[in-house]
Each structure stands twice: as C-alpha cells, then as structure tokens.
Design a protein around this ligand. Structure first.
Ligand code: PLP
Length: 407
C-alpha cells in the first residue's frame, strides 16, 4: 500500500472506498484537542462546528476522556441481558438534569427519535384510547430528525427523502412555528407533536417568541404529547441546559443525543415521566448497545459537566458578542443572522458566495464551519470557547465576506 501523507492522499483513498454520502471540506483531521484540530499536514484549525454540536465540550475534554479510560479498564459492554453498574447512575444523573422521571438509553439521535415516536404511538393506544392503527403525529415543515426510513418519510427535503419510499404513514406536517396550523391539524387521533425547539439543519431557524409556550399549552389542552427533539439544540448550546428552557417550557418527552456522548461514543436517550415511559415493557423495545457501560460512564460524566451550569453560562455570556459581530455584517454581504447562545445561522448573499464556498474560504483562514442549505452557514463552536477565540471565528468570517464583496 502506498504511503498516505497529504490531505489529498487521504481524500483520494476515501473517495475510492468510502460511500459518497457526504461532501466534506478538504481537511483531513489527525489530531484534535479542545477547540482546535490539526490536519495530516500540520495545519491547525479552530473547530467552529463541533461535530454538529456533538462536541459541545470540545475535543477530548479531560474529564470525559478520563471517564472513558476508567471505564475501558472495567467493562465496556454487557447488553441489557444483564445489569451493569453504570446504567443506573447515568440515568439518575440525566433524569435530574432534564427533570424527567425515567430515561431510555439508545445510541444515535435517529434511534432516540424513533423510540420517542414509538412511545407516543403506544401511549396513544394504551393511555389516550386512540383506535388501533390510527395514531397521528404532527411534525414541522423543514424538520430534520435523522435518516431512518420512518423519519425521512416525514421530511420535506427531497435529498433526504427521494427514492426511499414506500414511506411510513401517520404523520402530518405543518409550517414550523405556526401555532394555528398545529391546532387545526390536531384531531382525536393525534398522539403527539414532534418539534425541534430550534431547527438546526434549517440554518438555526428560531421560532417566534411564544410559539413553544403556546405549543405546550395546546398539547396540554388537547391531551397530546409534546416531544422536543433537543438532539442538536440541547445540552447547553443555547445557554440553557435544554433549548425549551429558554422560554421556560417543559416538554413531555425529550430526545437527546450528540453531546450526550461527549464526542467519544454515540449516546442518545429519551427522557419522559413514568406515566408515559411505563408503556415500554420488557421485549417491546431495545438495542444491543443502548445503555452499555462505556456509553453510560461517558454520558454520566457529561451530565456532571452540565450539572455545574458553567458551560450553559459561557454560552449565554458570549451570545451578545457573537450576535453583535455577526449582525455587523448585515448589508455587507450577509442578509440575515440568527443567534442563540453559541449557535448561529448566517445567510450569506447568494450572489456573492455559496455556503460551501464560504466554508472553504473560512477553512483557508483556519476556521472550520459547515454550510446547510444554499448560502447559509452554521457556526456552533465548543461551549468551552473564550471571548478572544470567538473573535477569531467572527473576524475570519468578516474577512471572507468582505473580500467576496470586494471590500
Ligand atoms: C434535531 C436532530 N435530531 C436528530 C438527529 C439525528 O441524529 P443522528 O445523526 O445521531 O442520528 C439530528 C442530527 O443532526 C438532529 O439535528
């Protein structure tokens, strides 16, 4: 086998043998620590994407790495055929963190969403009394909840959905943030509304103030479960532990993932109170890996980090600086920015640059970010970032946009 040394060597190999389901930036990461990554040629970048928020605590956070190392020396996988000494403490810590009685651990975000949909349907039949096979779940236009066949069945993104039919029935989509449309769609068969408190893949689309509290009230009034998908928005990103808490809203079911695994192992979970979670009984749902001791040990360490409130506070404290420096670009090559906590969606003037081109230029300036749709880019740096480091990101973006605008 020929020696692989340059970024291009690794990219060529990947192109040949790895399926082309992504279109990554031409950076091959070899080493990562905190907010910084280094490629195989020794170039250093500030990671302003954080693995789509899976790295909220940065790369290889010492407390998380230590928890993983300690657990690697004890036990890594039991399956749920036996108990393990990590699952209970993890579920207790997560339950206390998010204020729900019970936790159902899974692995990926999509699995957590699938699990929540199954719980909601079963609750609908067994508790609400919906007739067999009629359960309806309301979802939002522009949603992104993962890639499984059921989840893409209610996606309106042709790239995610086309040619994967036949699709799963039982979902109705309404405009995101439109409370009247949700109310109109709710009928006697409705068991749940599935909502992202902020739509990350849509470019950090934030619903109008009052939408989430209104949805909470509507769901309570109509005996419908509110499922908040906090997989990307939650765990400190917006300055509160859960994005729903920004408006003091408590959902009935939370789906959590990404940062729950500390950037080390895939860990996801569904959190709900006993009255909902008790519809799950032995044999009716499961996963070989869900709740494994390694994942549980890391997940518990993540909960311990979040329990101090320190990362949420940093995200909240830096929101003003982040917003101010991004808003300064409006009219100078940027059309709109949306910021909450350490999360921003930036719509670049499509006549100037595509999102992908903007991210390539940012990478050349040592900042890694990712485009979403068209000319929108998303910034989600680790919550451990300092004000000075955040300025490195916004300065680089300012340069990219100003240069493109001919300034
Ligand atoms: C809101 C939301 N839900 C679910 C998922 C799916 O998570 P995973 O890729 O771990 O399956 C994502 C991933 O981006 C997400 O942003």
């Amino acid at each position: 086998m020929t020696q692989l040394t340059t970024n291009q060597d690794f990219i060529d190999l990947e192109d040949k043998v790895a399926a082309h389901n992504y279109s990554p930036l031409p950076v091959v990461v070899e080493h990562a620590e905190g907010i910084w990554v280094t490629d195989v040629e020794g170039n250093r970048y500030l990671d302003a994407l954080s693995g789509y928020s899976a790295l909220n605590f940065g790369h290889r956070h010492p407390a998380l790495v230590q928890a993983a190392k300690d657990q690697l020396d004890r036990s890594t996988l039991t399956s749920r055929a036996f108990h393990n000494d990590q699952l209970g403490p993890f579920c207790q810590a997560l339950s206390e963190l998010v204020g729900k009685d019970m936790i159902l651990p899974m692995n990926t975000g999509a699995e957590a969403v699938e699990t929540a949909l199954k719980i909601a349907r079963k609750w609908g039949y067994l508790v609400k009394g919906v007739q067999a096979e009629r359960a309806k779940i309301i979802v939002m236009d522009g949603n992104f909840h993962g890639r499984t066949t059921t989840i893409i069945s209610f996606s309106d993104d042709p790239e995610a959905r086309d040619h994967y039919g036949p699709y799963t029935q039982g979902f109705e989509s309404v405009p995101y943030g439109d409370l009247a449309a949700v109310e109109a769609a709710i009928d006697d068969d409705t068991v749940a509304v599935l909502v992202e408190p902020i739509q990350g893949e849509q470019g950090v689309k934030i619903p109008k103030e009052g939408f989430l509290p209104g949805l909470r009230e509507l769901c309570t009034r109509t005996n419908v479960l509110m499922i908040a998908d906090e997989i990307q928005a939650g765990l400190g990103r917006v300055g509160t532990t859960l994005a729903c808490q920004y408006e003091d809203v408590e959902a009935d079911i939370y789906t959590l993932g990404k940062a729950l695994g500390g950037g080390i192992v895939p860990v996801s979970a569904v959190a709900a109170d006993t009255a909902v979670m008790e519809v799950i009984t032995p044999g009716t749902h499961g996963s070989t890996f869900g709740g494994n001791p390694l994942a549980a040990a890391v997940g518990k360490a993540v909960c311990d980090l979040l329990a101090t409130g320190e990362h949420q506070q940093n995200a909240a404290a830096l929101e003003g600086q982040f917003r101010e420096s991004l808003e300064a670009l409006i009219g100078k090559g940027v059309q709109e920015v949306r910021v909450r906590g350490l999360w921003a969606g930036i719509d670049i003037d499509p006549d100037l640059l595509s999102g992908k081109e903007a991210c390539k230029r940012l990478a050349r300036k040592g900042v890694l970010a990712k485009d979403t749709h068209g000319s929108t880019i998303r910034l989600a740096p680790p919550l451990t970032i300092t004000a000075e480091e955040l300025k490195v990101i916004t300065d680089a973006l300012t340069e990219v946009v100003t240069e493109a605008a001919g300034g």
